[in-house]
Design a protein around this ligand. Structure first.
Ligand SMILES: [Ca+2]
Ligand SMILES: [Ca+2]
Length: 541
């Protein structure tokens, strides 16, 4: 776009934009800003309609009429302030690009002929009506009352600390005024204390929190802004490290880990991988504000701040959940080089998986490995695998397994692709002297479960719609779970009824934690804080 120089040398007059918070000088010196504003205007739905109507009229040969007359326009241009030019009025018709105000041939044409039934007639009729400011660099300002209330509370805090607050004194402010979890305290402090003086003064706090308009932002936006790097519009895994470090340093439920920094680090990693697995739905390692708002991470963080028993925070932060994932990895990684290969993974879940599905995982069909070592899976890759394997009701899991089965990557699962995976299951049943279920029979059962829209294939959409998709995948590659489903294990059914708010993952992790802690210390496992589900319980797999 070319705003500054048009045919007759007219420039964009910043006054036209009616942006009180931007100096005309700033606009003149940063054409990029004007570009951005123009793009924003272009993206408004009304703009689309306006452009379309202009095109239609041009096609029909109707004279264009953006302005009633050039004198009026010139007057307005020089007046500024409240005397908005007609192009920036009428709420229903967004302003034309400032370029149109220069001497374009279209404009001179319309000057001589008044509008006839043009939608732009509205613009001239409503003349000088002022529309409310629609663009605010940091979002709309807070209501006056809220601001005053906040100032008085800020003053209360700083009255006792006239020289400013030090980091350890900052926590109450984080919670009470900023309404953020206390483990954001250090990160927030450092964000405000940009010069690392070790002190946050009242003025610095007000500049960041009130002038930066954090006051009226929703919690997701606040957290997004605090955690992200200045020039990024997303969060990366590294952006979460500092708050998890603070969590480890301050949460009573994690105090026992202080003596083992190695496990603190593993816990932090696991939490971050779990967050990205569930919340970063585009799976590109760049968590956007939109994803953050759609996910349940912020609710989990707020819960965590109130809950002393970290294991009650099932989403992302439970220590028991971390323990189960980590122990499983450790168990498979026999040489403890923090990498596992196909032969290791085939032992997962008591040899539950087929070679064919393990091959697909190692061909990195569902997800590229983060481990850069040929033929080896790293811990992060394992976390993605394990979460997918143990909760096949979640969307990330369905996507993971869908990509595994979709051999030709054409976005649909054909019966041939399903049969390729089922063959190995059939073979295993024969080897175990089980009565084999033929593919044709199992196919009918699967189609009944999923009720696909098309007759010849199954789509990801079909799977996301069905409640039985987990079983669909178990039939194809997990023999133990397939058998459990076929025999309708009454234990599983009972367990599911027990607490419907628990996910498949929660149930698995709880059961597994008990098993692992029994292995570790048989005497203490059945008393103390661990609640055993069923004393007569035996692992169904
Ligand atoms: Ca290894
Ligand atoms: Ca396919």
């Amino acid at each position: 776009m070319d705003i500054d120089s048009t045919g007759d040398g007219t420039c964009l007059d910043p006054e036209l934009l009616h942006l009180s918070e931007l100096s005309p000088f700033a606009l003149k010196t940063s054409p990029q800003l004007a570009e951005n504003l123009f793009s924003q205007w272009l993206s408004l739905p009304e703009t689309g309609r306006l452009v379309k109507s202009l095109i239609d009229e041009a096609k029909a040969g109707t004279p264009l009429n953006a302005f009633s007359n050039s004198n009026n326009l010139n007057n307005l241009n020089s007046a500024g302030g409240n005397n908005l030019p007609s192009v920036f009025t009428a709420g229903s018709t967004p302003p034309l690009s400032p370029r149109s105000s220069s001497g374009s041939p279209r404009l001179s044409k319309q000057r001589s002929s008044p509008p006839l039934g043009s939608p732009l007639k509205l613009v001239t009729e409503q003349g000088r009506e002022v529309i409310p400011q629609f663009y605010f660099q940091n979002g709309p300002p807070p209501p006056k009352g809220l601001k005053e209330q906040c100032f008085s509370r800020i003053d209360d805090y700083f009255q006792k600390h006239l020289d400013g607050l030090r980091m350890h004194e900052f926590k109450p402010l984080t919670k009470e005024i900023c309404k953020l979890p206390t483990f954001f305290s250090s990160v927030l402090f450092r964000k405000i204390d940009t010069e690392c003086s070790g002190i946050v003064t009242r003025d610095a706090f007000i500049k960041y929190w009130v002038d930066g308009n954090m006051l009226i932002m929703d919690t997701e936006t606040k957290i997004f802004k605090i955690l992200k790097q200045p020039n990024c519009n997303y969060l990366s895994q590294a952006d979460f490290k500092s708050i998890i470090q603070e969590l480890l340093a301050t949460h009573p439920g994690l105090e026992f880990l202080k003596g083992t920094p190695e496990f603190q680090e593993r816990y932090a990693e696991t939490v971050i991988y779990r967050v990205f697995y569930y919340v970063n739905r585009s799976a590109n390692g760049r968590l956007t504000l939109r994803e953050l708002k759609r996910g349940n991470l912020i609710a989990a963080m707020l819960h965590l701040d109130e809950e002393e028993d970290i294991n009650k925070v099932l989403r992302y932060f439970s220590y028991e959940h971390f323990y189960v994932v980590y122990c499983k990895f450790w168990e498979l990684d026999v040489d403890h080089d923090f990498l596992i290969d196909k032969d290791n993974l085939i032992r997962y879940g008591n040899h539950a998986l087929t070679y064919r599905i393990v091959d697909r995982i190692f061909s990195q069909a569902p997800r590229k490995f983060t481990s850069k070592i040929e033929g080896k899976m790293g811990y992060e890759d394992f976390v993605y695998f394990m979460l997918s394997e143990e909760d096949k009701t979640s969307e990330p899991s369905l996507e993971y397994w869908f990509k595994c089965i979709d051999l030709d990557e054409n976005g649909v699962l054909t019966y041939n692709e399903m049969q390729y995976f089922y063959e190995e299951q059939l073979h295993r049943m024969e080897c175990m002297a089980q009565e084999p279920v033929l593919f044709e029979d199992i196919l009918c059962q699967m189609v009944d479960m999923i009720t696909p829209e098309r007759e010849d294939c199954i789509t990801l959409r079909d799977l996301k719609r069905s409640k039985l998709s987990g079983n669909f995948f178990n039939i194809l590659f997990n023999l133990n779970k397939f058998m459990a489903f076929e025999s309708r294990d009454p234990f599983l059914i009972r367990q599911e009824r027990e607490d419907p708010s628990l996910t498949e993952w929660d149930r698995f992790a709880h059961k597994e934690y008990i098993r692992l802690s029994m292995e570790e210390d048989g005497e203490d496992a059945s008393n103390g804080s661990i609640e055993v589900w069923d004393e007569s319980f035996e692992a169904p797999f």
